[in-house]
Design a protein around this ligand. Sequence first.
Ligand code: GTP
Ligand code: MG
Length: 330
Amino acid sequence: MKDTGSGEDNNVAPSIYSHVSRPGSHRYKNAKKGLPFNLMIVGEPGLGCSTFLNTLCERTVIPASEPPNPEQAHIAIPMQFKHYSVDMEEDGMKIILNIIDTPGFASGTDNETCFNQIQEYLETQFDDVLAEENRIKRNPKFKDSRVHAVLYFINPTGHSLREMDIELMRRLGSRANVIPVIGRADSLTPRELVLFKQRIMNDIQEYNIPVFSFPDSNEDDDVVDEETAEENAELRAMMPFAVVGCEEVINDDGRPVRVRSYPWGIVQVDNDEHSDFDRLRYVLLNSHIGDLRDQTQNAIYELYRTEKLSASSEPSSTQQHTAHPQSLVA
Ligand SMILES: Nc1nc2c(ncn2[C@@H]2O[C@H](COP(=O)(O)OP(=O)(O)OP(=O)(O)O)[C@@H](O)[C@H]2O)c(=O)[nH]1
Ligand SMILES: [Mg+2]
């Protein structure tokens, strides 16, 4: 069954985090019903995934999880895929944010099952599109549920990536735009965070982990204008994004501000000096929403489609798959 957040709400308040959007995102402003963006969140229990999503949506979409019953603590809870849909508005652009949360990920000893389930989930969405492309009569109401980005939450240990992180990101990187994120980043001091980010990026390079990269003008034949190339270089240097989430909103001179209050001070979620939350939010819902969708549809799905069709041994089924691959692009 599908859990829906406040997806029915048509009078969506513009985000308190709104900036001026980059020209690239304006091409979707005509998406009258809203531009669908499918976002999956994966992370170990307690890393702040749900809080991050609620912060992103600026409302409680995912309720706080019930504390586990101590008498049943020995029973591993299977991972679930929970769906939420939220209407958002970002600088005049309507976005239908479809969230896939994965509570229970890595909460038992058998991570392999979780990895397989997530990979299968991503591939099933591709299979649905492939099947739809090949129908003689297309379903006009077909919902494209290919996942446009997977946020992978890394534990703020301060060490480096663990085997589990490497294995999961490696496996999912060919099936989705994986964006690594350090959860609960306020647990590290600024200096620890710099070192931790460096170690993670070294591991990503060393183990050839295919995470989403913000393209450089030299690397990409597509036109990446100077402004975008500069912005992308800045974003690459910031990776992995260190996020802080919080549900508490305080009034700061008439401006609603999300803060985590501690006896020794406060952490402001949207303050760039405290957290990369605001930059990541902007990447997902504004500057790179088009790139993430295009990359999913034109590169990742295409690769999957080719693999799948090449593997198909039946000559008749190969002939069937001749529909134009772009035909389902919203
Ligand atoms: N210090 C700190 N705590 C956080 C942050 N985000 C969430 N928390 C706290 O961490 C705890 C777990 O947060 P959740 O958002 O429920 O974490 P989750 O990853 O969704 O965990 P489960 O759904 O329980 O598996 C809560 O007590 C949150 O208040 C953060 O950025 N910093
Ligand atoms: Mg959660």
